[in-house]
Design a protein around this ligand. Structure first.
Ligand code: ADP
Ligand code: MG
Length: 240
């Protein structure tokens, strides 16, 4: 579903990604972890075409991000992205947040978009909040809306960049529960997170990044039982 091949990226002289390669199969859940500044956000943004890269290639569902014939906007609309900060539109109601892109990008009717949006809101446990504005919801609730909004586009894969790290501890699980459900339903997911409970529960693979490189890319059990590199061992010792 997602193929990352020898991707390197520089900011000026600074190399932020070094020869990153991995393949994510349909239905696979891959957790990306690693120290702060190791390039996790940059990597996940390149997958969604939000960050250009100078070397290598990424294909999504067979379409190459570097092929000029690929319609990037369309491809991006098929890959859902959820960020650390919820990035809902503050001046729009929850329903409007859930329907805007469906109407503008997918050309759905307002009725169809609303129906879909409300069904997804129900699915993330927030159906009574449709007419509120983002500021009236807790962080955990806003993040669940952000996930519902991404799902409203019928994505073929979902990318998460530390979706729970800005949340108060008591709200983390309500967001992780939604992600676990998605994973169990077979969604293809690439998740930057340090929630190792989540990784243990639903990840197929864990990628460990350090200084812009993918240092480990292993089946979950192997990663937790025998991290190969000292850097991954140190990292796990710190967060577990
Ligand atoms: P992570 O998500 O693992 O914390 P990032 O991908 O955000 O790491 O950042 C990787 C490195 O790239 C960091 O050293 C960061 O300072 C640098 N970086 C990120 N964005 C930019 C930018 N727009 N310009 C220059 N350097 C950047
Ligand atoms: Mg980051």
């Amino acid at each position: 579903m997602i193929s990352i091949k020898n991707v390197s990226k520089w900011y000026g002289q600074f190399q932020v990604l070094t020869d990153c390669s991995t393949d994510i199969q349909r239905g696979e859940v891959v957790v990306v972890c690693g120290p702060s500044g190791s390039g996790k956000s940059t990597l996940i943004k390149t997958v969604n075409g939000l960050e250009p890269f100078q070397q290598g290639d990424i294909t999504i569902d067979g379409l190459s991000l570097t092929d000029k014939r690929t319609n990037l906007a369309k491809l991006r609309s098929k890959v859902g992205m959820v960020f650390q900060h919820f990035e809902l539109f503050p001046h729009l109601s929850i329903t409007q947040n859930l329907t805007l892109a469906q109407i503008k990008v997918l050309g759905r009717s307002s009725d169809e978009a609303t129906q879909k949006g409300l069904a997804l809101l129900d699915r993330v446990g927030l159906k009574d909040h449709a007419d509120k504005y983002p500021a009236q919801l807790s962080g955990g609730q806003q993040q669940r809306v952000a996930i519902a909004r991404a799902l409203s586009m019928d994505p073929i894969a979902m990318l998460f960049d530390e979706p729970t790290s800005a949340l108060d501890p008591e709200m983390i699980n309500e967001v992780l529960d939604v992600m676990v459900e998605l994973a169990q339903e077979g969604m293809t997911m690439m998740c930057v997170t340090h929630e190792m409970g989540f990784a243990r529960k639903v990840a197929n693979r864990v990628i460990f990044m350090d200084r812009g490189a993918i240092v480990e890319d292993d089946q979950k059990d192997a990663f937790f039982a025998h991290p190969k590199s000292d850097r991954a061992k140190e990292f796990l010792a710190k967060i577990l």
